[in-house]
Design a protein around this ligand. Structure first.
Ligand code: TYM
Length: 338
């Protein structure tokens, strides 16, 4: 039986947080363990160049994200795991897709509009054409399902548009990939629960709220002390009697990281109006700290072996490149580039 092809990546743009874990990484591990799936997971280091970065940090970030993938349970023997930049064909296919995509489709992307607002000093063309590269990442391996958080659904839809346009113009080549999303998942910032939890610290737009910085974000390798400190400060204020977005966010995190008893206890308290935020924050901090204990230990061990990490990436890239070369031969022939 033909396996379903799964493709997804995570940007190399900083430390991974619990939003990346729930929206992406946790699902990647489940999918690689499903014998009916054929999985390609990568580090989107080229996409990492679209937001400000320091060259001296970039290679460290790539190794850090590699260690995070492996510590979370990604097994390079069960999936093809590689850095996007080492498979040169991604950029080539992205260019071809750029020439198919109307500018208007790119300009209406929510992420582009948000990032252009956040990084006014650096509205580069890569920010705009980001979805063309994403479509290339997916369609290079003829991806059929793409596990992402809610914020990336619009980009996957654009990859469907690209596949359809290409197929209509040059003949059936690509499947139309769909989003793989068990539930619409958007983890919000602890410091500003109207905004999504995000790797790049954002400036809060709400007056008086100040800069959310890193305190809005629980990173996967935060120490229990940091997790407790950040949760203690989490914004939960609500208009009288109403559930606040901060409360909803903490309850969502509890549903994912808490134990059954704790989830029942706090859900009942919420329903009867007796929920104490300090108790919820304390219980949640304990659950998250405990959940990621093996992850923190494994990641530390892996980071002490940079040559091993580099080898894993190179081996993965060699496997991915074989498929990428085949796809590009087919694409070039269809377009008339040979
Ligand atoms: P990145 O690194 O910004 O996000 C990686 C994954 O984490 C999810 N995510 C979240 N999920 C829930 N709540 C949040 N607060 C949250 N923040 C991030 C994202 O939805 C994503 O699934 N463009 C992609 C990287 C990429 C890609 C691809 C993905 C490049 N090419 C091809 C799929 C297929 C991104 O957003 O990375």
């Amino acid at each position: 039986m033909k396996k379903e092809i799964i493709v997804a990546g995570i940007r190399a743009s900083g430390k991974l947080h619990i939003g990346n874990y729930l929206g992406a990484l946790k699902q990647f591990v489940e999918l690689q363990n499903d014998p009916a799936k054929d999985c390609y997971f990568f580090i989107a280091d080229l996409h990492g160049l679209t937001t400000p970065f320091e060259p001296s940090d970039l290679s460290k970030t790539i190794l850090d994200v590699t260690a995070a993938y492996l510590a979370a349970g990604i097994d390079p023997d069960k999936c093809v795991f590689f850095p996007q930049s080492q498979v040169l064909e991604h950029a080539q296919l992205a260019w071809i897709f750029n020439c198919l995509l109307p500018l208007g489709e790119l300009e209406r992307m929510t992420q582009y509009k948000d990032k252009a607002r956040q990084h006014k000093e650096n509205i580069n063309a890569g920010l705009l054409t980001y979805p063309a590269l994403m479509a290339a990442d997916i369609l290079m391996y003829k991806g059929e399902a793409v596990p992402v958080g809610e914020d990336q659904v619009q980009h996957v839809e654009l990859a469907r548009v690209v596949a359809r346009k290409f197929n209509n113009r040059f003949g059936k080549t690509f499947p139309e990939p769909k989003t793989f999303l068990r539930e619409p998942l958007r983890i919000m910032s602890l410091a500003d629960p109207d905004k999504k939890m995000s790797k790049t610290p954002h400036q809060s737009l709400r007056s008086g709220a100040g800069q959310a910085g890193d305190d809005g974000c629980i990173f996967l390798d935060d120490t229990p002390l940091e997790i407790h400190r950040k949760l203690k400060k989490a914004v939960t204020a609500s208009e009288s009697g109403k559930k606040s977005p901060g409360e909803e966010n903490l309850m969502l995190l509890l549903a994912h990281f808490g134990k059954t008893d704790g989830i029942r206890h706090f859900t009942e308290a919420q329903n009867s109006g007796t929920l104490k935020y300090s108790e919820l924050k304390q219980a949640l901090a304990e659950s998250i700290s405990e959940y990621f204990t093996p992850f923190r230990e494994k990641k530390k061990e892996l980071l002490a072996r940079p040559e091993y990490l580099a080898r894993v990436l190179a081996q993965g890239a060699a496997k991915a490149a074989q498929i990428a070369r085949e796809t590009m031969l087919e694409v070039k022939e269809k377009i008339g580039l040979v």
